[in-house]
Design a protein around this ligand. Structure first.
Ligand SMILES: [Zn+2]
Ligand SMILES: [Zn+2]
Length: 369
């Protein structure tokens, strides 16, 4: 029997979270109920918490769900190829399947269901309400995209499918990274480290990562995951270093994953080799980029690509890599939090907790129960 109620963290306004007990909806033939094992936390959680992202409150945050199918409708089980007891990773976006973006194969930017229809972004007032993974249970809409994951891995490791999926899409799939390529990653946060891991898995020849002086620990981690060189842009001449590490050519692939800093976007064009692919994935709060010299794109014939979210191919690659056990991913995972400490988890990722810093962290609803 499915539970009658679930605990859930509800966000009612910027920086306002409360723990509530909510009714669990009936599951019909096309939907399912997920028991949350873990929910990953990333920069988007911070933006949602502070109110930087436009979200209709009240809302249950948590857009990186990993869980076990608690109950499922017949048609849903056939369509998804999963059953009660299976562990699944859930994609954030819930595409409509019919709009122009969906039909053209760009479902990650689907707006066909009114705005961005995705876990953690749909209001609690939209039935059946349980649209976020900061909870014990979450509703699975018929249009959800699920990926089966082996059950014998720790949940805090399996839930890395999300940042790692981003690494595969942003650092490999979009810029078509392969053997012989020099990949430069700007920003050593969880997405930057995931980019290093993915580029290494794709056979990149050389990987360079930039960061700030305060990122020393993360830059060290980048080397654990296969970066050949790291650059502290606060104390080093980054343009000169990149040329030095690339025999004067510049990088074949530049992946910009820093959050809010605009300088790396302008600098990326200087680091890029002739004909390079530049992927922009770090959001900047819609502020203009000072010092952006578009002639560098013209003169070097650069390909500049925007990356919004992750698609199934990236998630699949990430899950296979996690299951392979080939990469010491656990070293990137720094913190587990019980549901009650959601706020602290977000604040820690945001760097608002003095003396503590997290790289990859997640909520584990079962911890502390
Ligand atoms: Zn995320
Ligand atoms: Zn659509």
């Amino acid at each position: 029997m499915p539970p009658r109620t679930t605990r859930a963290i509800v966000q009612t306004a910027p920086r306002q979270l409360e723990l509530r007990e909510l009714p669990v909806p009936e599951i019909d033939a096309d939907s399912a109920l997920l028991r949350i094992e873990a929910c990953g936390i990333c920069g988007s959680d911070v933006e949602q918490y502070t109110g930087t992202l436009p979200v209709r409150f009240p809302v249950i945050p948590g857009h990186e769900p990993l869980g076990i199918i608690e109950c499922i409708g017949d048609r849903a089980a056939r369509r998804w190829g999963v059953d009660v007891g299976d562990r699944v990773a859930v994609e954030t976006l819930i595409p409509c399947g019919y709009c122009r973006a969906c039909i053209e194969g760009r479902y990650q930017v689907c707006r066909g269901r009114g705005g961005m229809f995705a876990y953690a972004y749909v209001s609690l007032s939209h039935p059946p309400g349980l649209w976020g993974a900061y909870a014990d249970y979450m509703y699975l809409d018929p249009h959800s995209i699920l990926h089966k994951v082996r059950r014998d891995l720790p949940a805090s490791l399996a839930v890395m499918f999300n940042p790692l999926g981003a690494g595969f899409r942003w650092a490999v799939e979009l810029p078509r990274t392969g053997p012989g390529d020099t990949v430069l990653v700007l920003g050593p946060g969880q997405r930057g480290l995931a980019s290093v891991i993915a580029a290494r898995a794709a056979g990149a020849d050389r990987i360079i990562v930039t960061g700030l002086a305060r990122d020393a620990q993360k830059l060290q981690m980048a080397q654990v995951f296969g970066a050949d060189h790291v650059i502290d842009v606060d104390s080093e001449d980054a343009r000169a270093r990149v040329l030095e590490y690339t025999a004067g050519r510049g990088a074949d692939v530049v992946v910009e994953v820093s959050s809010y800093a605009t300088e790396p976007v302008a600098e990326a064009l200087y680091y890029a080799a002739t004909g390079a692919r530049v992927v922009l994935a770090g959001v900047k709060g819609f502020t203009p980029v000072p010092g952006f010299v578009s002639d560098l794109i013209v003169a070097k014939e650069l390909t500049v690509v925007g990356a919004f979210g992750v698609t199934s191919r990236g998630y699949e690659a990430a899950i296979r890599l996690i299951e392979s056990g080939h990469v010491p991913l656990a070293r990137m995972h720094t913190h587990d939090f019980p549901l009650e400490e959601a706020e602290r988890a977000i604040q820690m990722l945001a760097g608002e907790v003095p003396g503590e810093s997290s790289i990859h962290s997640c909520l584990l609803p079962d911890v502390g129960r």
